[in-house]
Design a protein around this ligand. Structure first.
Ligand code: G6Q
Length: 544
């Protein structure tokens, strides 16, 4: 196949010329010229409200961005995804996280087979299992009720479940606790179980492949911990371990009863798997009903993405704005700033979703890209971030577009806290956009030598995304918003958002180096001189 480079398309060239024309126009100028801008430039969908008026865009910029989306074939690619085509070309796979939240009765075919009934069969099995754990009907081998669920998984088999557990704590059964072990660093496991009773602990081994080094190492350690704590009989494993995987053979080999294995499929990418069986810990924590609401939120955003006009389509607008800043304003990162403590792990989750998806420098046809792709996504919950890195966003030399996330209501309505919190969302977005001029600083009586230090140039773009309250449906909509915004970016850049070859090389090298570190005799090292020296030094100094 051969694809036109997006940079060769008429809309790209028109945008480049347009960018020159608006170079001197500030966000302040745009607001001054149009009294209705703040009310006009918004979009709504799936319970989310997006105010994008504080961006460096005119109506013409938006028209050109939408034209670019059309010229790059976004709509056809979107349809190809929703209809189960194998758009993940490098792995020859369909990309169907949208099928995970399709309504029962929908039809989505992969290789001529409707996958939706299988999705719902797994959801039902998960629901039945979650209910037995929640009700206490599921007992550990010694007859004790399960109190702690430890999810062992990494990457896509960890970040979604951790994020969702934290985000939906308000909805979780407080007599159960979920913990998450991902790192192969033994400290992660050791600290996670330090105060746990094996008799009351259930491990969920979450691994699509059931071969990932970190997860398998942690799973073996967990198995040994359970056996040591429960008398050493391998039969106890079945009461303390369940698996989420696509690999039944490996699960059985580990000693987990495949009746307690919850499956998914190769058309679910790891970082898009939160709403598959990988969400089992979330379902146990919040219950099957709330999990169904979570899926409902995803589905509502899927529908919006699929049907809303591009000009009013939240993920399309957010994806195109990211392209605009990345390719026409030289921005290298985007900050995501949730003003909601329950979303404290959301930026970490988005790091994987966005950067593993769009950190690519080759297009789908194998040609090198001719523009910048995948910005760095990062962030911390507000207001904490304001007291650390916001300085750079306000007065530094980098342009960092921001997504502010806020909610009209809090689950913890304590005195004036929520108004304080949300006043900061609006204040930060206002300050970034309009800044503070030297005249304003002088008018406050600031001595002349201090004026430049206290000036805020403004003209720094942001989106403000608001919803009523962080409930399961809203979380689903929010995650799907970013999933589809990432898809929009990838479609414009002509890259494959759904593979991750970039994580392979390090994995392979580590396998080789493990043998060298553990070799009883001095290994013959054939790395570069730095790697060789580091290996020798470690071998000489490590704890024996
Ligand atoms: C995500 C990636 C990656 C994956 C982990 C865990 O999109 O594919 O983060 O989720 O490597 O893989 P397993 O689930 O197979 O253990």
């Amino acid at each position: 196949m051969s694809l036109p480079a997006p940079t060769d398309l008429p809309a790209w060239k028109a945008l480049a010329a347009h960018r020159e024309r608006i170079a001197a126009t500030t966000i302040g100028d745009l607001f001054a010229a149009d009294a209705t801008r703040g009310e006009r430039m918004h979009a709504e969908g799936a319970g989310l409200f997006l105010d994008y008026s504080k961006n460096r865009v005119t109506d013409e910029t938006l028209r050109l961005l939408v034209t670019l989306a059309r010229e790059t074939g976004l709509e056809a690619r979107r349809e190809a995804m929703f209809s189960g085509e194998k758009i993940n070309l490098t792995e020859n796979r369909a990309v169907l996280h949208v099928a995970l939240r399709a309504p029962e009765g929908a039809t989505i075919n992969v290789d001529g087979e409707n996958v939706v009934p299988a999705v719902h069969a797994v959801l039902k099995a998960m629901g039945a299992f979650a209910d037995t754990v929640r009700s206490g009907a599921w007992r550990g081998a010694s007859g004790k009720r399960i109190k702690t669920i430890v999810n062992i998984g990494i990457g896509g088999s960890d970040l979604g479940p951790v994020m969702a557990y934290e985000a939906l704590r308000h909805y979780s059964d407080r007599s159960l606790t979920c913990r998450f072990v991902s790192n192969v660093d033994g400290t992660d496991f050791a600290e996670a179980v330090v105060d746990l009773d094996p008799a009351e602990t259930l491990f969920i081994i979450s691994s699509k492949t059931f071969t990932t080094l970190e997860t398998m190492a942690n799973a073996q350690t967990a198995r040994a911990w359970i056996l040591a704590g429960m008398g050493g009989d391998a039969a106890v494993v079945a009461r303390h371990f369940v698996a989420v995987s696509t690999n039944a053979a490996k699960v059985a080999e580990f000693g987990i009863d495949t009746a307690n294995m919850f499956g998914f499929w190769d058309w679910v990418g790891g970082r898009y798997s939160l709403d598959s069986a990988i969400g089992l810990s979330t379902m146990i924590a919040i219950g099957p009903q709330n999990f169904a609401s979570l899926l409902g939120g995803f589905r509502a955003m899927d529908e919006h993405f699929r049907t809303a006009p591009l000009e009013q389509n939240l993920p399309v607008l957010m994806g195109l704005l990211a392209v605009l800043y990345t390719d026409f304003f030289g921005a290298q990162s985007i900050a995501v700033l949730p003003y909601e403590q329950y979303l404290k792990r959301f930026p970490a989750y988005l790091q994987q979703l966005t950067m593993e998806s769009n950190g690519k420098s080759v297009r789908l046809d194998g040609q090198p890209v001719t523009c910048s792709t995948g910005p760095v996504y990062w962030g911390e919950p507000g207001t904490n971030g304001q007291h650390s890195f916001y300085q750079l966003i306000h007065q530094g030399t980098h342009l960092i577009p921001c997504d502010f996330l806020g909610f009209n209501r809090s689950h913890n309505q304590l005195g004036r806290h929520h108004d304080y919190l949300i006043s900061n969302v609006f204040a930060q977005a206002e300050a970034l956009a309009f800044g503070k001029s030297a005249e304003e600083v002088r008018a406050e009586g600031t001595p002349e030598w201090l004026v430049p230090h206290r000036v805020f140039a403004g003209n720094r773009p942001s989106n403000v995304i608001m919803a009523d309250i962080l409930d399961p449906a809203t979380l689903g909509a929010l995650v799907a918003l970013y999933e589809h915004a990432v898809f929009t970016q990838g479609a414009v850049w002509g890259i494959n958002c759904f593979d991750q070859w970039g994580v392979e090389l390090g994995k392979q090298l580590a396998q080789k180096i493990i043998c060298e570190l553990e070799s009883p005799t001095e290994p013959k090292l054939k790395h570069d001189s730095s790697t060789n020296a580091l290996i020798r030094r470690y071998r000489a100094r490590r704890a024996k």
